[in-house]
Design a protein around this ligand. Structure first.
Ligand SMILES: Cc1ncc(COP(=O)(O)O)c(C=O)c1O
Length: 463
């Protein structure tokens, strides 16, 4: 049976339980069904084409039609579709992928890679490794984890507990337990006090972190989880000096640093990793998304030699390291990830980002000329705009007015996809985007904003 748009809508609203979706409204709005991809574009089941300004969920770095990735998957699928890593077994793609990842992160102190399937799982297993590590090295009181307001680390019970967004906790009975401590989000735009300089703001939030550590006792705190720049929390770019100060504090108190590079990894910020961009020396790293350009699910938790030595000690005591998922190091996903890394290198995608980012950032910054855009921020090929009803007072639109939602729907009408995070519009296009496509992205975004502005004026919300 040939699928039609009508059949898609009917079966979707009847049977598909959508993640991150207002469930009742889904029945009325129905789905946007994407059926094919072409470079930075996707097409829906009615033949409409969109420039995908979010790389799906911040993830399809190589766009939506890279033949080398589909061929790599087919080759591996035909040769060996599955084999596990438990009990010292291995498959060749996961060996090669771990080798390549460690080569790429050795300068950041990484030594070993454990695979999983999603960013959430990478963080979840990082937490288990941290607890196991401190038990193994004889510091069993070090258990608490510090994570930041607006941080995003995933949705499994533990990673959602680390996530610092209220929507991920409400009615899910999260965060779990007493082990997660919350510290400030480093957004000068949102949280600076009146008259505060950026340097004073940074000093203040780092002092608050220090006070938290002293209050709780460093001997109870195991690790600090953070994205080099916060993605889903609103594309929050850390102020200069923030990372240097935070790291000095963590080192002083023997607190491990987990860099969640699920969005920032593999060129997004104009360097291979966010850790390179912000001079972060982590103890562990979480990778996913662009690791395989998201053509197949795969994630990794990288650990330093020090952490791995502790885990080895614990495993000797317990007989084995009793953790791992069936699909960890799945050979087909690993083969696609290897091919992805090869393409990044062969095409020097990091350099491409460095070359194209100034144009992206200049067009982004120019959006502040629009009456609804109060501020923008970004780095590399990631950015965001703050939408306001009134620039002078920074008054936000009442969600009931539907104006922010209108910016999104108008975007779809003119053929561009981006992501609203509260009143922030995020942009994170595929890394392969070219200069003309960046212009198209911002021209369409401007059109969409003008359509929403017309509605806001019509409703008497703006002059
Ligand atoms: C920084 C970060 N960590 C973790 C995750 C969770 O990844 P996943 O959705 O693959 O579980 C995300 C997803 O957006 C993320 O942005």
């Amino acid at each position: 049976m040939l699928r039609t748009h009508e059949l898609n809508v009917k079966q979707d609203v009847d049977s598909l339980f959508h993640p991150y979706t207002p469930l009742a409204r889904q029945r009325e709005t129905g789905p946007l069904v994407i059926t094919r991809g072409d470079g930075v574009y996707v097409e829906d089941d009615q033949g409409r084409r969109y420039l995908e300004g979010m790389s799906g969920l911040w993830c399809t770095a190589l766009g939506f039609s890279e033949p080398r990735l589909t061929e790599a998957a087919a080759r591996q699928m035909n040769r060996l579709p599955y084999y596990q890593l438990f009990g010292g077994r291995a498959n060749e793609p996961s060996i090669e992928l771990s080798h390549r990842l460690i080569e790429k992160t050795r300068h950041l102190g990484m030594e070993k890679a454990m695979f999983a399937n999603s960013g959430s799982e990478a963080n979840d297993q990082a937490v288990k490794m941290i607890w196991y590590y401190f038990n193994a090295i004889g510091k069993p009181t070090k258990k608490k984890l510090i994570a930041r307001e607006r941080g995003y680390h995933g949705v499994t019970v533990m990673s959602a507990s680390l996530t610092g967004l209220p929507g991920n906790h409400a009615d899910f009975d999260l965060p779990i337990g007493e082990r997660v401590l919350r510290t400030a989000c480093p957004s000068f735009y949102h949280y600076a006090q009146p008259g505060e300089t950026e340097a004073a703001f940074t000093n203040r939030i780092v002092s608050e972190l220090e006070a938290l550590i002293l209050r709780e006792g460093a001997d109870t705190i195991a690790a600090f989880f953070a994205e080099p720049l916060q993605g889903a929390g609103g594309v929050i770019i850390p102020p200069p000096g923030y990372w240097a100060q935070v790291q000095a504090l963590l080192r002083e108190h023997d607190i491990l640093l987990v860099a969640d590079e699920v969005i920032t990894g593999f060129g997004r910020t104009g360097q291979w990793f966010g850790c390179d961009t912000y001079q972060i020396q982590p103890d562990m790293m979480s990778l996913a998304k662009a690791l395989s350009s998201s053509y197949l699910p795969i994630s990794a938790t990288l650990v330093s030699a020090k952490v791995y030595a502790g885990l080895t000690q614990g495993s000797t005591r317990n007989g084995l390291f009793s953790h791992g998922v069936t699909y960890a190091g799945h050979p087909v996903c690993a083969a696609v990830a290897i091919e992805t890394l090869k393409i990044y290198e062969e095409r020097d995608l990091v350099r491409h980002v460095q070359q194209i980012a100034p144009h992206f950032q200049q067009r982004l910054q120019a959006m502040t000329q629009h009456p609804m855009v109060h501020a923008t921020r970004g780095i590399g090929l990631i950015g965001a705009m703050e939408l306001v009803q009134d620039k002078a007072s920074r008054r936000l639109f009442d969600p009931a007015s539907g104006i922010v939602a209108r910016v999104l729907s108008a975007g779809l009408e003119v053929g561009v996809i981006y992501r609203p995070l509260r009143d922030t519009m995020a942009l994170c296009p595929p890394l392969i985007i070219n200069s003309a496509q960046i212009d198209e992205l911002f021209d369409k975004l401007t059109l969409a904003l003008n359509m929403a502005l017309a509605d806001a004026r019509h409703a008497g919300l703006m002059p």
